[in-house]
Design a protein around this ligand. Structure first.
Ligand SMILES: [Mn+2]
Length: 457
């Protein structure tokens, strides 16, 4: 199959990275400094390491892609407010692990005001932070805490020589994460692309599905498509759960056989330029929904579509979730899976036997992205530039008191939605969710391949 790469959206500009730092500095207390460490490589086994993934906060403020760097923001410093420490150029090390950007490259290519090798970091930090009253960093970041404590200790030891150690450490995350919660137009373009690539991957998995394959065959289809489109990693562990495995919310084994007559639930999203896609689709292994599957699926789909339509400025994720719970509970009563009145089933939590997770989360550089869900203990209103998921589901236990046709069915439908000025924009609509559309896509792939799936092609 020959095809051309998709056009790439623009990368985040240096100006935008600079603006982000300026905005963060404007929100700091007087005479403060910010320390944000990069991620470091984590050992996987013996001398192997996990694929490197940059720290989201560090990336957001610098775009610098290497491990073991440190970003320092020094508001008001005449010689430059942004200082970066990074791995030194080292021809021997670079021959093994790749070219390093180096301090000079960091200034030229990433627009920081000043950059230095890590070798001189500790000594220079003491000079640069002398007299800063407040050091701001993520208080639960052990490395940042260690760096800040070491600097404070070194400055305390020099008090008699006139040094002024910091008086307090302040958590940067609330301010920084509030900033990350509202996406810029350039970020939204990357997220639309991540959503589109993720949708293509789900289409591919639908087209490849057939009884007798294993769950990991569909995982392979999904992740092939991510990487082919430049989403070099899944944004989170790909979930392919067929049959009753779909009822395990974070199922990761992906090694069961896809059986005739079962549904398969795939929750998978690609990460493009560090921005996450996050899609769930549930479809029949053999391409045709059974009557009982249709009944349950329609309940989840109706709830999901109403929730997507409810996304918009002023509404809250909490209110959207309440609507989903109401719709799902109503449907469960109509099918005889719950008895009694809707409000009573909500009040006594009996619906939670079938739906126990929440409907939405923020989406961005992290799959469960940062930002508070409540302000002053009250669910916060959505505003343009937020990105949310909408992902209701029903998970019917394989239990004796459940009608046999419904036992062990798990269904979740998840789309990503940008909050716009007058509603929501779905970024993941390129993969069908209507049952007839799913069946048509799966049937088309079968006829065009003369009965063979993509896997055999
Ligand atoms: Mn999700």
């Amino acid at each position: 199959m020959q095809r051309d790469p998709l056009p790439r959206p623009a990368a985040i500009s240096l100006d935008e990275y600079r603006d982000r730092r300026v905005r963060l500095m404007a929100a700091l207390p007087d005479n403060a400094a910010v320390l944000i460490p990069a991620a470091t490589l984590k050992p996987r086994n013996r001398d192997g390491e996990y694929p490197f993934r940059q720290d989201s906060d560090f990336h957001y403020l610098s775009g610098f892609p290497e491990p073991d760097a440190l970003l320092l923001l020094l508001p008001g410093r005449a010689e430059g407010e942004t200082v970066l420490f990074c791995q030194p150029k080292d021809p021997l090390a670079e021959a093994w692990t790749g070219i390093r950007i180096g301090a000079e490259g960091a200034v030229v290519r990433f627009g920081v005001d000043e950059a230095h090798d890590n070798d001189v970091r500790d000594e220079l930090l003491v000079e640069l932070l002398d007299g800063r009253e407040t050091l701001c960093f993520a208080l639960d970041d052990e490395e940042a805490l260690m760096i800040a404590s070491d600097v404070r200790g070194a400055l305390k030891a020099r008090v008699r020589r006139g040094a002024k150690p910091p008086r307090s450490f302040t958590d940067i995350t609330s301010v920084l994460h509030e900033q990350r919660l509202i996406k810029s137009e350039a970020e939204l373009e990357l997220m639309r692309h991540a959503g589109y690539i993720s949708a293509l991957a789900h289409r591919r998995a639908m087209q490849a599905s057939r009884p007798g394959l294993c769950e990991y065959h569909l995982q392979a289809e999904i992740e092939h498509e991510f990487v082919w489109h430049g989403a070099r990693s899944p944004a989170y562990g790909t979930i392919v759960g067929s049959g009753v495995n779909a009822c395990v919310l974070h199922y990761v084994e992906n090694n069961d056989r896809l059986d005739e007559g079962d549904l398969v639930l795939i929750d998978a999203g690609g990460e493009f330029d560090l921005y996450a896609g996050d899609i769930t689709r549930t479809f029949p292994v053999n391409g045709r929904f059974s009557a009982a599957q249709r009944q349950l699926y329609q309940i989840v789909l109706n709830a999901q579509k109403r929730a997507v339509a409810a996304v918009g400025p002023g509404n809250t994720l909490s209110a959207i979730h309440d609507g989903v719970v109401r719709d799902l509970t109503q449907g469960l009563i109509e099918l005889g899976l719950l008895a009694g009145d809707v409000q009573a089933c909500i009040d006594d939590s009996s619906y939670r036997r079938f739906y126990l997770h929440s409907t939405s989360h923020w989406l961005g550089l992290d799959t469960h992205d940062v930002g508070d869900y409540k302000q002053d203990d009250v669910p916060r209103p959505l505003v343009p530039g937020m990105v949310v998921t909408i992902e209701p589901g029903l998970y019917i236990p394989d239990a004796d008191d459940i009608p046999a046709a419904f036992r062990g069915i798990g269904i979740r439908i998840e789309d990503d939605v940008i909050v716009t000025v007058d509603g929501g924009e779905v970024t993941t609509g390129a993969v069908p969710k209507e049952m007839d559309d799913i069946e048509a896509l799966m049937a088309a792939s079968r006829s065009s391949d003369h009965g063979e799936s993509v896997i055999d092609g």
